[in-house]
Design a protein around this ligand. Structure first.
Ligand code: ATP
Length: 241
């Protein structure tokens, strides 16, 4: 048990959640490495949601609210860290959650579905052999014909670059959360929120709720993902004295 008084309580508790995800069969052991990479970048932004992330969150909220068929893609790390917030997002957008993992495992796909159901999800789509995302070879090409296959916008946090590119080449818009502003995913997505998913997702849900209450707030100001990524990178490269 990590004491709440520990100065890095949240970071350690998050690490515990990922380890628990591996133990419960939700997260792949490779997910630990992806998490470690994320932690390093989080350190460089002071483990806080910065202005460039807030701007991307607003753009993401507008884009997701304007979508005709949004779909929310869930992998093992996301499911271990923020299952309830993903369910909240799905409910707010009236969008399905779709399980999609890099390392093929029927058992892990089922464990993710179960965890999402336990977190309150009603509609969890599974990958099928009936629909295939083009421009990609590995396990992630298998999608659900009622989900990602038909989506106009896919929310894919903590994604790998190949799949993000395949989604974009298929004509879909992509919104992601990725702490690494240099990743292929970050550069390929239409909107990249450079922040830890544990902080960014509750903020995205709040922003969407606010816009649903007051649609005037939904106006999209000029958004430039490239410049947001540049600002994130500059912030990280600044010396931390
Ligand atoms: P790419 O293929 O896009 O160049 P990659 O090979 O690093 O990136 P993965 O190993 O799949 O892709 O890692 C997923 C990404 O998620 C990494 O960029 C990592 O920084 C980021 N990440 C990990 N944990 C978190 C988190 N908690 N919040 C936000 N981003 C995270």
């Amino acid at each position: 048990m990590i004491p709440r008084s520990h100065p890095r309580y949240l970071s350690l508790a998050t690490r515990d959640a990922i380890v628990k995800g591996v133990e419960n069969g939700v997260t792949s052991i490779h997910g630990l490495i992806a998490h470690g990479r994320g932690e390093a970048f989080d350190y460089l932004i002071g483990e806080k949601t910065r202005a460039f992330a807030k701007e991307a969150i607003r753009a993401a909220a507008v884009m997701l609210l304007k979508a005709k068929r949004p779909v929310i893609s869930v992998n093992g790390n996301v499911c271990a860290l923020v299952p309830k917030e993903m369910v909240t997002l799905a409910k707010r957008l009236n969008a399905p959650l779709e399980v999609n993992i890099f390392h093929a495992s029927k058992r892990r796909e089922a464990a993710i579905k179960k965890a999402l159901r336990e977190a309150g999800a009603k509609n969890v789509l599974m990958p099928t052999r009936k629909a295939k995302l083009p421009f990609i070879d590995h396990n992630r090409k298998w999608v659900n014909p009622e989900g990602i296959a038909k989506a106009d916008i896919v929310f894919v946090p903590l994604e790998d670059g190949d799949r993000c590119l395949a989604l974009r080449k298929s004509g879909k818009k992509v919104v992601t959360i990725d702490l690494n502003p240099l990743s292929r995913t970050a550069k390929t997505a239409n909107v990249t929120i450079v922040d830890n998913i544990i902080r960014a997702l509750p903020l995205l849900n709040q922003e969407i709720e606010k816009m649903q209450r007051n649609t005037a707030a939904m106006r999209m100001s000029k958004y430039n993902n490239k410049s947001v990524l540049k600002r994130a990178e500059q912030e990280m490269r600044k010396s931390k004295e």
